[in-house]
Design a binder for this molecule. Structure first.
Ligand code: BG6
Length: 478
């Protein structure tokens, strides 16, 4: 027993947080390239015109663009079976609606996929991870425009045809359920209703946002069908930010609110992608938000016939939900929540809950009966580079060990079908929420600071050697 022999151990990154080379070899600016650096106290700003006095972390990020050979070699040394990465849409279509793809952009990912193949690592490619060509925001207001479906599919067609045989695992959109939240307007949907503003204070129009999310869901379903048509070997996954909540008390009011929050934040999108239609409770959500979805017969057909092959999700933490006014609020991934008195939190206030991962795996497998993939998990923490080049990160090892133990229980005792595990930011990268480099997740340290200064040299952390052993023993030695 234990993990299946072909279990996909690996790590995950996203182009806008890792790649850099933001304007090299014909790449156009992406929505992420307009985001300034922030901090835990100061939210990132969206600046539609770049401001010379600001620092834009995605522009150089961890400079994978110039370090990919070395980085892939490090992944190979850890024994990765899979590497989850994203393609930068604006590297392939600099303006999003160009008639021809950018050959230099295609060549870059050819080189990356070839290097992965040589290292025996399977790529798992996220087609759009919190970015799109910024020109699509300027000219279409992102996914608010139905024409985005065709533009996205044109991009997908190029990817599926060009990389046929090189890539077999795809994810259509990162954390598509981010569109259920107002913070998802820009990051996830590319919608910008006003000029410069903070990511936390965007002008939110729920009618527009839910309709845009509908277009994304239709685009995703059509992409699944396209991927299968172009190469029947393709496996395409959905991907949710699994925002796990518990009722703070056993008061029925808390329990009901918790159920409704889970429906809103997770299952609305999950149900469409895996089951092929909106769940019954969607009507309540639309009604509460004053939304009426325009849904054609062709849309309904696409959703039904484009269900995903596997269900990917990110899991970092859990929160509590209560109806009482007096509560202690804490930070979290994408949403704030109520503090759980039984849990500790990371330096950024994300509550650490390994048992919640087993719970989540059971909820999702029960509900969807599809193979699951943990596409992100990990601890963002401060690390210290010692004078001798070592980094001692027992806190990260403890976090990952505890989560893998629970994964193992879900597989062994609960019989959950789990395909793989790709801890987030396997090589240090820029944080999505704050734009900091100091919030590190990696097994490999990148010598760069919050302002982009440093040698960008890579150093192995203690967790590097630990994770190598975990993979070598297929999760037996933790
Ligand atoms: C996930 C995103 O929600 O969380 C990643 O898919 C992100 O892009 C990750 O980096 C961790 O969040 P943060 O804010 O710590 O970078």
């Amino acid at each position: 027993m234990g993990f299946q022999s072909d279990f996909l151990w690996g790590g995950a990154t996203a182009a806008n947080q890792f790649e850099g080379g933001w304007n090299e070899d014909g790449k156009g600016p992406s929505t992420a390239d307009m985001l300034t650096k922030g901090s835990a106290a100061q939210p990132r700003q969206i600046t539609p015109v770049l401001q010379p006095e600001q620092f834009y972390p995605s522009h150089k990020a961890s400079d994978f663009y110039h370090h990919y050979k070395e980085d892939i070699a490090l992944m190979g040394k850890m024994g990765f079976k899979v590497y989850r990465m994203s393609v930068n849409w604006s590297r392939i279509f600099p303006h999003g609606d160009d008639t021809q793809p950018n050959e230099a952009g295609l060549a870059f990912y050819d080189a990356v996929f070839d290097a992965l193949r040589t290292a025996g690592i399977e790529p798992l490619v996220t087609i759009s991870h919190y970015e799109l060509p910024f020109a699509l925001t300027q000219h279409y207001n992102g996914w608010a425009d139905r024409r985005m479906i065709e533009l996205y599919l044109r991009y997908c067609t190029v990817l599926f045809e060009h990389y046929k045989g090189k890539v077999h695992y795809w994810i259509t959109f990162n954390e598509i359920n981010c569109g259920m939240l107002s913070v998802g307007n820009y990051n996830s949907l590319g919608i910008l209703n006003a000029g410069a503003c903070s990511i936390l204070q965007q002008t939110d129009d729920p009618q527009q946002r839910f309709q845009a999310l509908h277009y994304q869901l239709v685009a995703s379903a059509k992409a699944v069908q396209l991927a299968h048509r172009i190469d029947p070997e393709n496996k395409v996954g959905g991907m949710l930010a699994y925002l796990s909540s518990y009722a703070l008390t056993c008061a029925p009011e808390d329990e009901l609110k918790c159920q409704q929050t889970m429906q809103h934040q997770n299952f609305y999108c999950g149900d469409v992608m895996v089951r092929g239609s909106y769940p019954a409770f969607a009507k309540r959500i639309w009604h509460r938000n004053g939304v009426k979805i325009e849904q054609s017969a062709a849309d309904i057909d696409a959703l039904q016939n484009g269900t995903v092959d596997f269900c990917g999700f990110s899991y970092y933490m859990s929160n509590c939900i209560t109806t009482t006014a007096q509560k202690e609020v804490t930070n979290g991934n994408l949403v704030l929540g109520v503090k759980n008195p039984y849990l500790n939190a990371s330096d950024w206030g994300w509550q650490i809950d390994p048992i919640g991962l087993r719970y989540t795996l059971n909820v999702l497998y029960d509900r969807y009966q599809k193979p699951l993939f943990i596409a992100e998990n990990g601890l963002g923490a401060f690390d210290t580079l010692e004078a001798d080049g070592s980094i001692h990160d027992p806190y990260r090892i403890d976090y990952l060990r505890a989560h893998i133990e629970q994964m193992k229980k879900a597989v062994e005792e609960d019989d959950v079908d789990l395909m793989g595990y790709t801890p987030w930011g396997c090589i240090d990268l820029v944080s999505a929420s704050t734009g900091e480099m100091a919030k590190r997740y990696g097994f490999v340290y990148v010598d760069a600071d919050d302002s982009g200064n440093g040698t960008f040299k890579r150093y192995k952390k203690d967790s590097f050697y630990w994770y190598k052993k975990v993979i070598e023993t297929n999760g037996e030695e933790l």
